[in-house]
Write a protein that binds this ligand. Sequence first.
Ligand SMILES: [Cu+2]
Length: 158
Amino acid sequence: MTLKKTLIGLSLLLPTLLVQAHEYEAGQLHIDHPWSREMPPVAPTAAAYFVIHNKGSEADRLLRASTPVAGKAELHEHVHADGMMKMQEVKVVTIPAGGEVAFEPMGYHVMLLDVTQQAKDGEHFPLTLTFEKAGEVEVEVAVHKEAPAGYDHGEHHH
Ligand SMILES: [Cu+2]
């Protein structure tokens, strides 16, 4: 009786904990809170953001990304060129040993192109990240109207 109660309690609790924590471990990598900003339903593109920590003693490299909700996913960065901010594709993103790389507005991001159906605030979609050493990691990208706390500092530049 007690055990059954405990199990029911756990199964109710677990999904909540997973959603709140919303982080992923892959080998030496730790991926924090993947999220995307809600876009208008007809928008052809969206962007996904997260922070990757590398707890290992060797660098790893993010090679590519893919998701069933978009025809194509590219790794992008923002660069200053002739006084303008523009984004361009990068082939790989290196996660230094003992370091971290933030994918955030106005920085690195996973660009989703040919989005078939835009997710709404509160929804989420799967994203597969492929690393050279850690391999393939599937994460859930949470869709928000506003950037989560700590992600908004890049947006005052324009
Ligand atoms: Cu982009």
